[in-house]
Write a protein that binds this ligand. Structure first.
Ligand code: HEC
Length: 445
């Protein structure tokens, strides 16, 4: 994956400010205020940008309930149950001195929102979520994404692609949807309710669920699970304030690894969707995650130019490869301890998962290498200039696929022995059945 993001926190604040104030309707006097669905959306959109993980003004974080009720640096507690007047958080909303009033350097909250927060505190500042440590973004009510356009005016570059088990169904990331095609190029169905762009699509090993990572650059990112049979949303695994580029089921189907924009990788229980392990060590956006077939190890790549191997059970970092000089886009486990990574620096490098030591370079060129996937006894590498197939072991090049100047952004990681499907920047699919290339499919409804 090759996406380059500039962060747009202002767009984020502006967009959700509108949403925030639209909800300040008249409140019946006896209504119980819900923290999760009424207070958290205001704090998330108006406060967390300056009081969160990346930026914690005055060391005060508000990105979870546990953090926002913890002490502030002042003598007053941040939130004193049943006593808004002596709660620093409330005081800051109504402060006469504009330099001290929150949100800092912005208009005060609308009166209805301030009143809502006051009443929530007066009613006892009750927490109505599951865990006090859950990020506020994950407490917010789930909302439906805008509907996909019925007909597209332009093609969408393919950034996510999957082929399901033994059926020839091809799932492609579209605009606010996933489109489903067969190898003859017919549109079979459309799965809506996705973020603006989809960055990874992954069926679970039983073929019952479809996992998608999607988002809108600078605004939001999300991982959702869909019921494959009905196309309906089943659950939201997690949400954050920047796009999520990858989410993958472990081969045994028991866990889900999610690549976060802040460099963190979290592993969730696939059934309960609770977070089990957090993997630390990357300092910038994680671009991809890859489970070893043993479901115990996880390989990760990042915009910090590094790739890492973790013990997925303990979260311990096993090895780090720092030999690339640009964003690392993808990784594949080969035989034994061999791992291959591909990067925007034009290199495909084989190194050892045990100690991070470099073995050899398979490609060293001027184009960006975008994806790599292992199949039985060979692997494919895709790039801004086509795709190449190599033999495992000898690393001999077997096939060179021309894409006529089009970027081959990704290759489907399916298990079908003869079917290889490549996604292009133009929105087309190249389907190879054995040695034969079938007519290209334009994935544009
Ligand atoms: C643009 C950045 C920004 C935003 C948005 C913002 N704050 Fe602040 N906040 C600050 C800064 C800077 C300070 C430290 C200076 C000060 O104490 O006034 C601060 C301090 C605080 C403190 C005092 C913490 C302490 O330890 O003393 C509280 C409470 C607080 N903010 C609450 C809020 C609330 C509630 C919101 C949302 C309605 C919010 N802030 C939004 C920048 C921000």
């Amino acid at each position: 994956m090759y996406f380059c993001f500039c962060r747009l926190p202002l767009a984020f604040v502006a967009l959700f400010t509108m949403w925030g104030s639209a909800r300040g309707e008249e409140l019946p006097a006896d209504q119980t205020i819900s923290f999760s669905s009424q207070v958290a959306p205001i704090l998330q959109t108006r406060c967390v940008a300056c009081h969160g993980e990346k930026l914690a003004e005055s060391d005060y974080r508000m990105d979870s309930f546990a953090a926002l009720v913890a002490n502030t640096s002042s003598d007053q507690p941040a939130v004193l149950a049943s006593d808004a007047k002596n709660s620093e958080l409330y005081q800051r909303l109504i402060h006469q001195d504009e330099d001290l009033r929150m949100p800092s350097e912005a208009a005060a909250l609308p009166e209805e929102e301030i009143e809502l927060i006051r009443r929530w505190i007066e009613q006892g500042a009750v927490f109505d979520g599951d865990s006090r440590d859950t990020l506020l973004t994950n407490l917010l009510p789930v909302h439906n994404h805008p509907a996909a356009p019925r007909k597209y005016r332009a093609s969408i570059p393919i950034s996510a692609l999957a082929v399901l088990g033994d059926e020839n169904r091809i799932y492609v990331g579209g605009y606010h949807e996933i489109t489903v095609w067969n190898t003859a190029g017919e549109l079979l169905s459309r799965i809506g309710n996705q973020g603006e762009r989809t960055y990874s699509i992954e069926p679970d090993p039983t073929g019952k669920w479809l996992l998608s990572a999607s988002g809108t650059p600078g605004i939001m990112g999300e991982v959702r699970i869909f019921d494959l049979a009905s196309g309906k949303m089943h659950a939201v695994v997690t949400r954050t304030d920047e796009v999520i580029l990858d989410a993958q089921y472990s081969p045994d189907g028991k866990r889900i690894a999610v690549a976060f924009p802040n460099g963190v990788v979290d592993i969730y229980n696939a059934e309960t969707l609770t977070k089990e392990v957090t993997l630390l060590g990357h300092s910038d956006q994680v671009t991809s995650v890859h489970w070893h077939t043993d479901s115990n190890r996880l390989g990760t790549t990042s915009r910090d130019n590094a790739a890492k191997i973790y013990d997925a059970n303990t979260g311990r970092s096993i090895s780090t490869f720092a030999g690339h000089s640009a964003c690392v886009n993808s990784l594949a486990f080969l035989d034994g301890n061999d791992v291959i990574t591909v990067s925007d620096d034009g290199k495909a490098i084989i190194w050892s998962a045990a100690d991070g030591r470099k073995n050899r370079e398979v490609i060293s060129g001027s184009m960006s290498l975008l994806d790599v996937a292992r199949f039985d006894r060979h692997y494919w590498i895709t790039s801004t200039q086509g795709a190449q197939q190599f033999e495992i072991g000898s690393h001999r090049r077997l096939v060179q696929l021309q894409s006529e100047g089009d970027w081959v952004t990704t290759v489907a990681k399916n298990k079908l022995p003869d079917l290889r499907i490549f996604g292009l920047h133009s929105g087309e699919l190249i389907v190879r059945q054995g040695e034969q290339e079938m007519p290209r499919i334009l994935t544009r409804p």
